[in-house]
Write a protein that binds this ligand. Structure first.
Ligand code: ASP
Length: 323
């Protein structure tokens, strides 16, 4: 029988709805711990609670602790897979961070729930069983960190939360899931072609994320200039363009040596230096803005945070974001 380590971190999957107020919140004890599922027929599960947090309370520090906990376990005992339960709000960020930083071929699978443990139609137990099936599947090896929800298997790199409340919230825009889970098994129909890995020991840099909008000007960039800042990600317009009034302020940050990574606020496609007008992609590229390869803003922020632990060299950073 396969052995899977199950790390609980919190989220709706381990919360309860208060019958009087209707508020969904963490209970004093995690219901996933006190009411174990009938899983042991399928796989030998060793469970541990790392955190009991709503996922908006996750920070890069918790992500680093989780990375270290997983690395320690996979180096110390022979295990076949890892499952992490997590709140869905920031699940894609933790999943992508672990994908970038843990170097292993064993399946690491994140799951969560949109309905808490005592609600009708609670999706947590089902998602957890699906995640355990994937984590113990031979076919899931070497595919990077995966997210399993609602019968679908997604890559950490492409998956994103697309709906505030629907159980089918997790989607991989443009790419789709790479596999599915059924009552009979786990089926993959795609394999990721690129895997990016940067083992790191710490996260010591300050990287922020801004979203562009029509009429954006220099003010927010000037405010950032007064703060401790090691890198900046901007969700630009369309194919990678910014309003013209942002350009001089952006230029100032670049001259100070702050790497600026551009992604698009469109959720399909990649940014490119296509447009030649003021603030267009061509001008931004010439200024030294780094164009990313289709990651969304929060994931590009994590990648820059990790990349800056490896190098501050502009060409190397550009290469990392071209992958
Ligand atoms: N707000 C919750 C969280 O992210 C949502 C969830 O888990 O589904 O912790």
């Amino acid at each position: 029988m396969k052995t899977v380590y199950l790390f609980h971190t919190g989220g709706t999957i381990s919360m309860k709805e208060d019958e009087k107020t209707g508020a969904v919140q963490p209970d004093s004890t995690n219901p996933l711990i006190s009411k174990p599922l009938q899983l042991n027929r399928m796989v030998n599960v060793i469970a541990e609670q790392v955190f009991h947090l709503p996922s908006p309370h996750m920070t890069q520090n918790e992500m680093l602790i989780l990375m270290n906990t997983i690395n320690e376990k996979i180096n110390e005992v022979p295990i076949d897979g890892v499952v992490i339960t997590h709140g869905t709000d920031t699940l894609e960020e933790t999943a992508y961070f672990l994908d970038l930083t843990i170097n292993t071929d064993i399946p690491i699978v994140l799951t969560g729930a949109m309905r808490s443990s005592n609600e009708i139609g609670s999706d947590g137990p089902y998602n957890l069983i699906s995640a355990l099936k994937v984590a113990s599947s031979e076919d899931a090896k070497g595919k990077g960190v995966l997210v399993v929800m609602n019968d679908e298997i997604h890559t950490a790199e492409n998956v994103t939360k697309t709906h505030t409340s629907n159980v089918a919230t997790f989607q991989s825009p443009q790419y789709g899931p790479i596999g599915l889970v059924t009552k009979r098994g786990v089926f993959f129909h795609h394999t990721p072609t690129v895997r990016d890995n940067y083992p790191i020991q710490q996260l010591s840099k300050q990287v922020m994320l801004l979203k562009a909008y029509a009429g954006m000007d220099e003010h927010i960039f000037n405010a950032l200039d007064k703060m401790p800042l090691n890198g900046l990600v901007i969700e630009a317009l369309g194919q990678g363009n910014l309003p013209p009034k942002t350009v001089p302020a952006l230029q100032k940050l670049i001259y100070k040596g702050i790497p600026i990574v551009l992604v698009s606020r469109c959720f399909n496609g990649i940014v490119q230096d296509v447009y030649g007008y003021e603030g267009g992609g061509k001008q931004l590229k010439e200024l030294g803005v780094i164009f990313s390869n289709g990651l969304n803003g929060p994931k590009a922020r994590l990648k820059l945070l990790v990349a800056l632990e490896v190098t501050t060299d502009y060409n190397q950073l550009q290469e990392m974001f071209a992958r």
